[in-house]
Ligand binder design. Structure first.
Ligand code: SAH
Ligand code: SF4
Ligand code: F3S
Length: 464
């Protein structure tokens, strides 16, 4: 972390020392935002704030925003409205950051409609938060700290993690793909990959601290080091995503490795080999489909067609025993016909996804698809329901295949509905509940045999 920010941390700390001030963070959006919030949390902790889960109790409220779909805006404005009431009778700093603040006109909209907001910061300037808070808190300034230039990579930002056994590690920032519906490349900038040595050090430190499961994060995670401008020279040997996966798996103590989100077009054979040979890599792969129709995929600028997607799945099923898939699907992209949507259902039947994240297309200002002729809301909703129905009709069948198999489970805690039972997940993300045998603890990896399959969970018995 830059010395300048460390100075601001010290100055804020000196100012608020002994006052027991609290912070509240509301995180919207994806795991990248979650990971950013852990860093925001880390900086605030260093400044001397402690966390509260109730925003009425907070002295500083941070909104870390998402703008990938329209409903995020409604949610944020609702929350800012609630904060306004509290701020009327309490000395409170309100800071809004994240992807939405990088959207054109958003900063001026907030300034105009919500003049009481103290700090606005963007995705490329998050690391300056200590300075921004200092200015708001001590100099009573209204701060706007948003730039439209890709940020550098900032190592060593303090971090306060949400979990003790599972951790996310961002390995690359930004996206170069410009899918025509998506706003992410505009708000997160171009692809930048972290130096592999810094990533491995972070994972090693996590292993030393007792972490068992690592999720490598990036908007386009498998194009790690594959984009223009990647600093291959300083990367040395570990100059591809496959090699990074191999290196992370070699770290003792880490027992499970996941990654999101890969893009089908970057799923090279070396990555498939790495998944096949490393037992630690979870055998569920998130492979965003978006649409099963080749014409729609072309209009989305996804760079693969229906056949290529199915071929990739077939190849992975051939090479990796027991592999399963999860996916993202958008229904109601502009111009999508009923017939074209049938292709999406066809791919869903063929791949038999373990998990589907379904989205109704939401036009995003500034993206090419927003300018196309839109299809009526009720058609979008009908298609969404049809997809959901198909997916749910497969859940039982999918769960039954786990019966009598042995699964490795990372124990996450006591079951919510029955505190005599433990709960955890298989590497394919299925929730399993089971009785403790000896003195198993949260964070232990155990092997269980699955004895019952229910719709939303499996029941197991510890073997060892
Ligand atoms: N980089 C990742 C995730 C991007 S955002 C990837 O490519 O998979 C997560 C998901 O939100 C996307 O996969 C997509 O399914 C969905 N999404 C993105 N833009 C959208 C929009 N305008 N309307 C509806 N869903 C959208
Ligand atoms: Fe958006 Fe496409 Fe990039 Fe994913 S790959 S973040 S969907 S532009
Ligand atoms: Fe949303 Fe930003 Fe993630 S727009 S999905 S929080 S990268």
């Amino acid at each position: 972390m830059k010395e300048k920010q460390e100075e601001f941390i010290k100055m804020v700390k000196a100012k608020i020392d002994g006052r027991n001030l609290q912070y509240y963070i509301l995180t919207m959006g994806c795991q990248l935002n979650e990971n950013d919030s852990e860093k925001i949390s880390g900086m605030l902790t260093e400044m001397g704030y402690t966390e509260t889960q109730k925003f009425e109790d907070a002295d500083i409220v941070i909104f870390n925003t998402c703008c990938v779909r329209e409903n995020a805006e409604e949610r944020l404005f609702g929350k800012i409205g609630e904060i306004k009431k509290i701020k009327e009778h309490k000395d409170l700093i309100v800071a809004i950051g994240g992807c939405m603040m990088q959207e054109k006109n958003m900063v001026s909209k907030i300034r105009k409609s919500y003049p009481f907001v103290d700090v606005i910061f963007g995705t490329h300037t998050m690391q300056n938060l200590p300075e921004d808070i200092y200015k708001a808190l001590i100099e009573h300034e209204k701060v706007k700290d948003v730039i439209d230039v890709d940020g550098e990579i900032h190592e060593d930002i303090p971090i306060r993690r949400n979990d003790k056994f599972r951790a996310s590690v961002t390995i690359m920032y930004g996206c170069n793909n410009f899918c025509t519906y998506c706003i992410v490349p505009y708000v997160r900038g171009r692809e930048r990959s972290r130096n592999p040595q810094n990533i491995l050090k972070e994972v090693q430190d996590l292993a030393n601290d007792g972490y068992k499961e690592i999720t490598l994060l990036g908007q386009n995670v498998n194009s790690y080091m594959a984009h223009q401008g990647a600093d291959l020279e300083s990367a040395g040997e570990i100059n591809s995503f496959a090699k990074l996966l191999d290196a992370v798996c070699k770290i003792d103590g880490i027992e499970r490795v996941r990654f999101i989100s890969p893009h089908p077009k970057n799923f090279t054979d070396d990555v498939i080999e790495s998944i096949a040979k490393n037992d630690k890599i979870a055998k569920i792969i998130h492979l965003p489909l978006q649409s099963g129709n080749s014409k729609v995929l072309k209009e989305m600028n996804r760079v693969y067609n229906k056949e290529q997607y199915l071929e990739l799945v077939r190849k992975m099923k051939d090479k990796i025993p027991n592999i399963v898939f999860s996916t993202d699907i958008i229904v109601g992209f502009p111009g999508e016909t009923d017939e074209e949507f049938e292709d999406t259902l066809d791919v869903v039947r063929k791949v038999n996804f373990e998990q589907i994240f379904m989205f109704i297309y939401s036009p995003r200002e500034g993206t090419p698809a927003a300018k196309l002729e839109q299809i009526p809301e009720e058609i979008k909703h009908k298609r969404f329901d049809k997809l959901k129905e198909l997916y749910e009709s497969k859940v039982d069948e999918n769960n039954d295949k786990y019966l009598h198999t042995q699964q490795k489970i990372l124990i996450e805690g006591l079951s919510k509905n029955n505190d005599k039972m433990l709960t955890g997940r298989t590497d394919t993300n299925k929730v399993v509940i089971f009785e403790p045998e000896t003195n198993e603890k949260i964070g232990d990896m155990v092997t269980v045999e699955i004895i019952e399959a229910h719709k939303w969970y499996l029941k197991g018995k510890i073997i060892h």
